[in-house]
Design a protein around this ligand. Sequence first.
Ligand SMILES: Nc1ncnc2c1ncn2[C@@H]1O[C@H](COP(=O)(O)OP(=O)(O)OP(=O)(O)O)[C@@H](O)[C@H]1O
Length: 608
Amino acid sequence: MEAERRPHALKGDNTVAQKGNQVFALWTAFRWLLSFVNNHRGWMIVGIASAMAAAVIEVWTGSLIEQLTTHAESGAGAIVTKILYTVFFVILIGVPAKFFMVYGVERSSAFAVRDIRNHVMSHVGKLPIHYIEKQHSGDVLSRLSNDIQLIHQFMIRDLAQWFYHPLLFIGCFIYLIWIQWELMLYSLLLFPLSLLVSQWIGKQLQQLTEEAQANMGRMNVNLQDTLGGMPIVKSYLLSGMMFRSYQRLLQLTAQKKLAVKKREAWVNPLLSTLMLSPIIFAVSYGSYLISKGLLGTGELIAFLYLLNLCLEPLDHIPEMITHTFEMTGALKRVSAILEQPVENQEGHSIPLTSAPPIAFDNVSFAYEGSPPILRNLIFTVPEGATIALVGASGGGKSTVFKLLCGFYPLAAEQGTIKVFGQSINGCNPDRLRSHLSVVTQDSYLFSGTVAENISYGWEHASMDEVIEAAKAAHAHPFIMELPEGYQTHVGERGGFLSGGQRQRIAIARALLKNAPILLLDEPTSALDPESEGSVQEALTVLMKQRTTIVIAHRLSTVQNADEIWVMEQGEIVEAGSHAELLEKKGLYAQSYYQEFTDLAKRKEAVYT
Ligand SMILES: Nc1ncnc2c1ncn2[C@@H]1O[C@H](COP(=O)(O)OP(=O)(O)OP(=O)(O)O)[C@@H](O)[C@H]1O
């Protein structure tokens, strides 16, 4: 029910996006937060009402203390007993009020932060690939963890306090004026000074905290690189360099955090001293007023009690201001992700028709800020055909796949890509991708079991269907030898399995998805000859009755393709069957013979 009531965050985000680089205003931050809190407002209202009640109870206690002392002084025993009962009653109701103040806000905040995380995560999932490709996952991770944690901390630590302390201060302030306005005025003269000082420091702290947070983001990036690329790090002896760079960032972060703490350390005693001076003044000047008969003893005791209460907010408010600035810094970083426009979630579907499964009509493309990658590409892939895309590195082969998957939508002047006769421009990307299965050089396996990895994308598949797909992908025998068979955990990115095993699981996944178009991006190039053989067999099963484009560097692997297209600098410069291309004695033939010469030379080097 709660999930259905969408916070109006996206609406706000768009407004922020349109405003471009405008400073993220405090009010905007609060409105954004409130949109999430709104879904759990019940407990938040309880928390805030309790905070206000707790503040009122404190001031009421001050008033009772005054009455108690005054009546005790005049010897009115019966009234004193009555007031004493009231004091006990007030103290008693103060306990649940403070409990609900904390619990109400924490409960509501916990759910609101859960929704924020869900919202951000779901937004990240809908972001276009070109944004994700530009960002480092470690940085995104830091925003999702550290920054949201800061927002959560603010909500559970400070939000209720913003209703308790200011109200407590206002209540005490009014009561103090009522008791003796002059005494109050002089006693609190130092208040605006301490507030100004703390506000100024709060702003400095915000900048330092933002820098520290940004550094933590960079540390995450570094960690991610080190852990993710561990084999490369080790084999290229990069661990020293990575460690030094981590150390440098750690040192910088420690320095920044130390600077924050240092500033806090000298600010807090300074403020405490500033806060003590009104009490000293009140005792001295109050005693003078009593001696002149202008103030009762009970009034002075109540005055000191309330003044002390009044100083409590003064002690907390600067800290709360600091935390609020820290929170807005974190919010700014989180909102930067949310400002990114998501992929179009609407659009037309692509029904399966008898039209050619893939057609590129005069497609030209360049990545942002890069020279043209594809130039006026025109081709059609007939149903059931296997097309091999070969050519030198950087020729644009993988870009063809990225465009076909709709990762980079094309403008009208960049040509048209058609799938089953329908232009993919403006189509629903999920519908488009449901027609495609992709197997790459290093297929990504998710943390989870073998069975889960096969059925990703087809969650409703039965165990029998999973096993059938695994059998067809020649994966069943090795899966059965794993300690827990299909329930074996594959480790991070499938690290417990060999490259060939990972590929066969990816092929089983594609078989289960049963999409009519297959995009194979060098699926066997990272494998040894033995694994390559078994993966190739699995691929043959997968390619049966499907329209396939396969990117390959090793030309020996694509000889059986219906057509081989040679790509160079974004153009198809040669096309034909293996035999036809050899006959042409062009670029393909040259590369093919070169490959065999290289292989022969390598064999010679090994065996002689
Ligand atoms: N996300 C990107 N942003 C900017 N440039 C990119 C991006 N992806 C690829 N490129 C560039 O586009 C060009 C074509 O890359 P692409 O990956 O399509 O070539 P390829 O033929 O598949 O190469 P390879 O065979 O080495 O995989 C390269 O110069 C590459 O640097």
